[in-house]
Write a protein that binds this ligand. Structure first.
Ligand code: FAD
Length: 507
């Protein structure tokens, strides 16, 4: 929105940052370290603030050097089968690789408490993919948020809580010169105009809880997310209002999630059960003992993919549409398991998301409360379970019998399931939960360049406007693997903080 000269401002700072997740925090810390005054606007209150950063697993990735980072990211961004068509510009890929390769050093120099996390890139078959290493914050997402808080305080960045940015303010030349926000104190809402003498940074997260935007841009509907319900696409609207170009709007890091009435957030299933909690320093996936089985079936009661899913890309398989029946046969899908998994710890992941440390929902240790609520359906026979779920009893029984036969033989000729996961479903009660397309986060938003400047429809930077975090992420369809968004939050937070602080700005 245009502001005329002579307008009165309630506050002024060199750099005004919207959103206090990893993108906002790292850009503020870096701007302050580069000599600029920075202020963060955060719409939640300090007591109730849960964002994707604090709800995350706190994992991030480090390529061993710039060259391997460059190779992996270029391969990920290559649109299937088209060597020269990339989801993301080469200059951005290089900036990502340069900053990702030094991300761990940046954290350690500032006293971040991290430890090695097993695993490599999600697509190790791509060049550079098997060379990535991972680290995790002690205390996971909450530990990461605490580290950022300490740094923000140490750098004397002020945070205005309960202050929701509503629109970006521009001058006659189209430069972004400030932010209009709403703040609520003692039940009273008032408008604030905050002037940015150098730049505004847009880092309010994605559109996970904006149904209209999801319907119009994502590949399948509904899609549910496991992160903060405060991510309502505000950044998309603010960016469009000043003429920004959007990109990566149909890209998500997502898979299949559980969603129940009355709880805004979805839950990620912990397929393997409490054995997965044995994960820790030095323990890779292969070291995890598997003691209970499960399969995933579609609405026709059939398996359709390997359950050894690429954790952040399975989503794309769910968009299959049946043009005769006019349904998405994989929406919902169902996870089918038996007593052994029911007794093997909470059904959702408790290392992140709403059943994690944020305590949004306390899932019972034995899944009993959730069986009572009807979230987990149970029956004494597979046929009985199918009837409860509403899928063909014959089809589900056939699928389970076939899977059990594969378990006996130790080989899954249909989808090459890992041998150690071939554990038959044979002990009642048999259980099922609906699974929906969804996952941690959206990646779409305003397009940026390698300096983190937000671009207009002609591909030119909108003066005075930067972006970082998952809103308008640099990732296209494929995600590098668990740790990608935190890595990007550090990388582009630093890039944006450095460049925003260098802006000459306006008087
Ligand atoms: C359950 C879960 C687990 C994950 N695990 C990992 C992991 O281990 N590793 C990894 O790399 N990634 C992980 N991710 C993804 C990653 O956490 C996020 O993509 C990343 O933290 C996003 O950071 P952000 O700063 O862009 O957004 P956020 O951290 O969500 O912060 C955005 C902030 O902006 C505020 N805001 C929104 N609108 C406004 C407005 N109008 N005005 C003012 N403030 C506003 C919000 O309240 C919020 O505090 C996970 C995500 C989830 C949900």
């Amino acid at each position: 929105m245009l502001v005329r000269s002579g307008v009165s401002w309630d506050k002024t700072s060199d750099v005004v940052i919207i959103g206090y997740g990893i993108g906002g925090a790292v850009s503020a810390i870096t701007a302050a370290e580069s000599g600029a005054e920075a202020i963060i606007l955060e719409k939640q209150s300090p007591e109730t603030k849960h964002n994707n950063t604090s709800m995350s697993g706190g994992i991030y990735i480090t390529p061993p050097d710039v060259q391997s980072g460059l190779e992996y990211m270029t391969a990920l961004c290559r649109v299937a089968g088209m060597p020269n068509m990339l989801w993301t510009d080469r200059a951005i890929i290089r900036a990502w690789a340069e900053y990702a390769a030094t991300g761990r050093q940046w954290v350690e120099e500032r006293g971040g408490s991290i430890f090695p996390n097993p695993g490599v890139g999600e697509h190790p078959q791509l060049p550079g993919g098997a060379m990535l290493s991972k680290h995790r914050f002690r205390g996971m997402g909450i530990g990461l948020a605490r580290f950022l808080d300490d740094q923000v305080k140490a750098k004397k960045v002020s945070v205005l809580y309960e202050t929701r940015a509503v629109r970006l303010l521009t001058n006659l030349r189209g430069r972004v010169v400030g932010v209009e926000a709403e703040t609520t104190q003692n039940g009273q809402t008032r408008r604030l105009r905050i002037r940015a003498s150098r730049a505004v940074v847009l880092a309010p997260g994605g559109f996970e809880y904006d149904e209209e935007t999801k319907l119009n841009y994502l590949r399948v509907y509904p899609t549910y997310f496991t992160g903060s319900a405060a991510l309502t696409g505000d950044g998309i609207r603010m960016a469009l209002d000043v003429g920004a170009q959007l990109w990566h709007m149909n890209c998500v890091s997502a898979r299949l999630v559980m969603k129940f009435p009355g709880i805004a957030n979805a839950f990620t299933p912990d397929h393997l059960g409490k054995a997965a909690l044995g994960k820790g320093p030095g323990k890779g996936d292969e070291a995890i003992p598997v003691t209970s089985g499960y399969i995933i079936v579609d609405g026709d009661g059939r398996r359709y993919t390997s359950e050894n899913i690429a954790g952040h890309a399975l989503y794309y398989e769910l968009a299959l549409f049946d043009t005769h029946r006019l349904v998405y046969p994989r929406v919902p899908s169902y996870i089918i398991f038996d007593r052994r998994r029911l007794e093997n710890g909470p059904l959702p992941l408790v290392t992140s998301g709403p059943a994690g440390q944020t305590g949004i929902y306390r899932w019972s240790a034995d899944n009993g409360k959730e069986v009572e609520r009807g979230w987990i359906k149970t029956a004494d026979t597979v046929r009985g379970l199918a009837r409860k779920v509403g899928i063909s009893a014959e089809a589900l029984e056939r699928t389970v019998k076939t899977f059990n036969r594969y378990c006996e033989k130790g080989k899954d000729p249909d989808f090459s399931r890992k041998t150690k996961e071939l554990i038959p479903l044979e002990s009642a009660p048999y259980c099922a939960v609906d699974l929906w397309p969804g996952g941690p986060n959206t990646q779409g938003g305003p397009r940026r360049n390698s300096r983190g400047q937000i671009l207009n429809a002609d591909g030119k930077p909108i003066p005075g406007l930067y972006g970082c975090g998952e809103l308008g992420s640099v990732y296209g369809m494929l995600y590098p693997g668990g740790g990608g968004n935190i890595t990007e939050g550090f990388a582009f937070g630093r890039i944006v903080g450095e460049n925003a602080a260098r802006e000459k700005g306006v008087s």
